[in-house]
Design a protein around this ligand. Structure first.
Ligand code: ZN
Length: 294
């Protein structure tokens, strides 16, 4: 199937690692196959974890990887002036207003600790749903009532639909955080709609987020989001089989660059981590191997 626009959506909350790079390269390969352009969309609303050096790292990594993109900030300065999500607060707030108007939100003052104490699953079970905490209460998060849920339909890149329901880990998910900022689920959805993204490539760990975002799109009365083609890829694990995390360690691309490693060595490493039967030394090798499995 052909698509128009996909995106690479890193967060400047840590140094990028091989797992991020794998996701970017896969996005590039799938975009080329589908004839889609690439938008660089940096999610910078996590103000507590935002650091300038992480932002710079995103641009240096994309440059190192030779991943061109067609739309988005050209450098950190351009990002801070023209592309920061802070510029789109009006859009996010409009969506939040709509959700309040439709009576779909409630305020929640539960702390993370309290939530984990209330149920051993750690999932939020709607404790504040009927407490009618005022909307403007300080230190209150806004959550969405997911009890109104219907079947959610999600498409893969071939256009095949799966009908499913929201997972427990996103029950009553947050749409505005306690600090007054829109949540990841809300800002990510609104941005994708705003830019006209029709193809999303992301890790399997975000599958339940994709469902939450389709649900959220319906809740604000938008039917376009469910037409998006999704691909959720397996997460790259370390050689010891551990989850990669944002760090300064051996899997960070900054470490890789600063130690004079070249791109071909990085592809060899990725080839090993994805268990490729054939050696991978270049983007072309990578593309051939990954597209043969999708
Ligand atoms: Zn609560």
């Amino acid at each position: 199937m052909n698509y128009k626009l996909t995106r690479i959506a890193p967060t400047p909350s840590g140094f990028l690692h091989l797992g991020n790079v794998f996701s970017f390269l896969l996005t590039k390969a799938l975009a080329e196959k589908a004839g889609a352009k690439i938008l660089l969309r940096i999610d910078d609303l996590d103000r507590e974890r935002f650091r300038m050096e992480y932002l710079v790292d995103i641009f240096e990594t994309l440059d190192f990887l030779e991943i061109p993109y067609h739309l988005g900030p050209k450098n950190p300065e351009d990002f801070l002036v023209n592309w920061t999500q802070l510029n789109r607060m009006d859009l996010y707030n409009k969506a939040l207003d709509k959700l309040w108007e439709r009576n779909l939100l409630f305020s929640c003052t539960c702390s993370r600790k309290k939530i984990s104490q209330m149920d051993s699953s750690g999932y939020y079970l709607g404790h504040c749903l009927d407490r009618n905490i005022p909307k403007n209460r300080k230190e209150a998060a806004w959550r969405i009532n997911t009890l109104q849920e219907e079947l959610i339909s999600i498409r893969d890149l071939k256009g095949n639909k799966t009908e499913t329901i929201l997972a427990e880990n996103v029950a009553f998910f947050t749409v505005r955080k306690k600090d007054g900022m829109p949540s990841y689920q809300l800002s990510s959805l609104i941005d994708d709609l705003e830019f006209g993204v029709d193809m999303i490539v992301r890790g399997k760990d975000l599958y339940t987020s994709s469902l939450a975002q389709i649900f959220l799109a319906h809740s604000i009365g938008n039917q376009n989001f469910e037409k998006i083609g999704f691909h959720h890829h397996p997460l790259l694990k370390s050689e010891e089989g551990k989850k990669l995390s944002k760090s300064e360690g051996a899997t960070s691309i900054r470490f890789w660059r600063e130690n004079g490693k070249n791109l071909s060595e990085m592809f060899t490493m990725i080839g090993k981590l994805i268990g490729s039967p054939d050696p991978i030394e270049s983007y072309e090798d990578f593309k051939k191997v990954v597209l043969s499995t999708i």
